[in-house]
Ligand binder design. Sequence first.
Ligand SMILES: Nc1ncnc2c1ncn2[C@@H]1O[C@H](COP(=O)(O)OP(=O)(O)OP(=O)(O)O)[C@@H](O)[C@H]1O
Length: 237
Amino acid sequence: MLQLRNVSVKLGGVEALRQISLNAGERRIGIVGRNGSGKTTLARVIAGLQVPDAGSAEIDGRDMARDRKAALRSVGILFQNPDHQIIFPTVEEEIAFGLIQLGRSRAEAAREVQTILAHFGKSHWASAPTHGLSQGQKQLVCLMAVLAMRPALIVLDEPYSGLDIPTRMQLMRYVDEVEARILHITHDPESVRHYDRVIWIDEGRLRADGTPSELLPQFEAQMRLWGGRDDLSDLAG
Ligand SMILES: Nc1ncnc2c1ncn2[C@@H]1O[C@H](COP(=O)(O)OP(=O)(O)OP(=O)(O)O)[C@@H](O)[C@H]1O
């Protein structure tokens, strides 16, 4: 169970999040909102990577900002750009890193790396150089690295942008099969239409919260309305 209590975050004078409170236990949750609305900041708070200026983010009663070990075990995060995530020269080292951080021995980590690669039919990638992979292949490596750590919750921050349609469809299929709970940040209503719940963040506030069938038509209508204007002065920041 994810519990946010009055979470506020200021970044360089900008109120990126303003008093967000919510409880979430659904298996699949989408987060929508326009550019600069605070979605990535929210993802970082939930993963314990951003300490809120006020309020707290807890998963199963553990405070993500204060208990880094619990945060590592509980939440995996997949960012939009895999180049910001990948740091190791080979695929196996990249996937092993999180496991070693969780306290696995090198031998245990190596076994678990093999297991996850085999699960995705990518055993032959083990010693492949990460810099030689395409964007979609890198994104799959990041997903495997997150899944290998078996977190209870996976936060996806626009993981499909920049991928071609077949790669996106394949990755979406992999993600749909994942046991862990998913919180998926996106601009694309289609990718969360089959989810259990959607949360709309606007100017750092929780604007609406409901089922996709209730919320997405409102969201799309508002996006079209804003898109019809030439004025970008209301864009956050
Ligand atoms: N490091 C930072 N310093 C100052 N302001 C920041 C910083 N990071 C984010 N912001 C501001 O905080 C607000 C929320 O940013 P955030 O990245 O969370 O939005 P977002 O909804 O994820 O946007 P996008 O959809 O464009 O990725 C924006 O106004 C942004 O300019």
